[in-house]
Design a binder for this molecule. Structure first.
Ligand code: MN
Length: 250
């Protein structure tokens, strides 16, 4: 078959009116053999179904904090900048992609979007949730790993990454809170911070990581493995099925 198309959502800057995405996601998907296509977060939500119908997989990238009202909580004082347009578009896209059983990889904010789309919550500030947190907002180059994660032995992530303990980068002050849908925790930092979630007990490729493999893959085979796994899962996803099976009114 032709190379699978990986739809990647993006960010929006209200002040400049620009939608944007750092190049790393595009490079990482392309290097893994996928065709990256940016899905504009300002497209009408009524067109999400059509946008996804040209994709074999969905990548939800990093970005700002999700509006806590989206998961039924009032904002913690340390909650950061929010983009209502991004929240609305990405949550709807994630809901739709979950319904289609499309391969999904969520990265950082994307892992949190995935969890909220499945009915879960976000822990709004690690420092107030974890008793003795390690540093999760590193002051080192983005490609440089600064803490370890421990991967669950019986997880899909372990099968994909190929190792149980890996070093990752870290740029977050939030993490997945209450798990949504059928998700389970598949990796944690030594302080207990959730670093990866995945769909439990099915063959579906639906997973989220809190770190940024798109910034590490050039030097890190474990990060490469993650993007290759997304592209391989997307190869097996049938776009025609995607259109035919879709019953949503979105
Ligand atoms: Mn971290």
């Amino acid at each position: 078959m032709v190379s699978p198309v990986i739809g990647i959502t993006c960010c929006f800057n209200e002040k400049t009116g620009r939608i944007w995405l750092t190049k790393y996601y595009i490079e990482a998907v392309a290097a893994a053999g996928g065709v990256p296509v940016v899905l504009p977060v300002l497209a009408p939500v009524s067109r999400i179904k059509e946008l996804l119908s040209i994709c074999h997989g969905l990548l939800l990238p990093g970005g700002g904090d999700i509006d806590p009202l989206q998961f039924g909580e009032e904002p913690h004082p340390n909650n950061g900048e929010i983009c209502p347009q991004c929240d609305y578009f990405e949550l709807q896209a994630a809901v739709k992609a979950l319904e289609l059983e499309m391969p999904i990889l969520g990265i950082c904010r994307g892992a949190q979007v995935l969890n909220v789309a499945a009915g879960g919550t976000v822990c709004q500030d690690i420092a107030h949730e974890i008793e003795k947190p390690i540093k999760h907002f590193q002051q080192a180059p983005r490609w440089h790993p600064t803490h370890t994660i421990i991967i669950e032995p019986n997880s899909k992530l372990k099968g994909i990454i190929g190792s149980r303990v890996v070093k990752v980068n870290s740029f977050h002050h939030q993490m997945v809170g209450k798990l949504g849908g059928n998700f389970k925790v598949s990796a944690q930092a030594p302080d207990g911070v959730i670093e990866a979630i995945e769909d439990n007990g099915t063959d579906k490729f639906v997973l989220g990581v809190q770190y940024h493999p798109e910034a590490m893959w050039r030097n890190d085979k474990y990060s490469q493995n993650l993007f290759k796994a997304l592209v391989n899962a997307a190869k097996n996803f049938n776009v025609k099925q995607n259109c035919i099976n879709s019953k949503s009114t979105l």
